[in-house]
Design a protein around this ligand. Sequence first.
Ligand SMILES: *[C@@H]1O[C@H](CO)[C@@H](O)[C@H](O)[C@H]1NC(C)=O
Length: 202
Amino acid sequence: MSTLKLILVFIFVFAIVQMTRGDPDILSDYIGPINGIPDGNFFTFTGFRVLVSQKSPPPTFKILKASLVEFPALNGQSVSYAVLEFPAGSINPPHIHPRSSELLFLVQGTLQVGFVDTTNKLFTQNLQTGDLFVFPKGLVHFQHNADANNPALAISAFGSANAGTISFPNTLFNTSIDDTVLALAFKTDVATIQNLKKGFAS
Ligand SMILES: *[C@@H]1O[C@H](CO)[C@@H](O)[C@H](O)[C@H]1NC(C)=O
């Protein structure tokens, strides 16, 4: 093999490793609490117990997270969870997770899901209870419980302790981006943009 080919192979392998790895490796078994010595409790998260005692689904779409913010023991472990609760007819609006792909497991109900790749190609599916769906890292995706009568519940796993979320409606219409910039971007007028922003005013 020529030197050039060898270098190209090295670059390619390095790029793949860079793309597929999770959070940076830590140089210890775990990152303990700032004050004190960790015990079993430090590695236990009880925030999902509410799901067991919950009598009825929430009135609006709800996310319960176990990321490093809620569960500090995840720091450096490159994993996290979220439980997604969808009342009948509700959505999780288009969003991206900049630091992780998402592996969704539909535990209850049905769910219409989709993502758009960087060539603008849309991939959708109507999931049945028990199905898994993977949303590739950094791509725009959404979920919709199209069932008008029944709730849906999904558990999502992430390959980062802090996957991060950028929700498009919120990022675009609930920040101070200039109305003219948005009007030009969406090929519409300022009044339409202000109307869209009204829905987010608190
Ligand atoms: C708009 O942004 C504020 C401040 O970040 C937030 O508290 C509020 O929930 C957002 N509104 C909506 C509808 O998402």
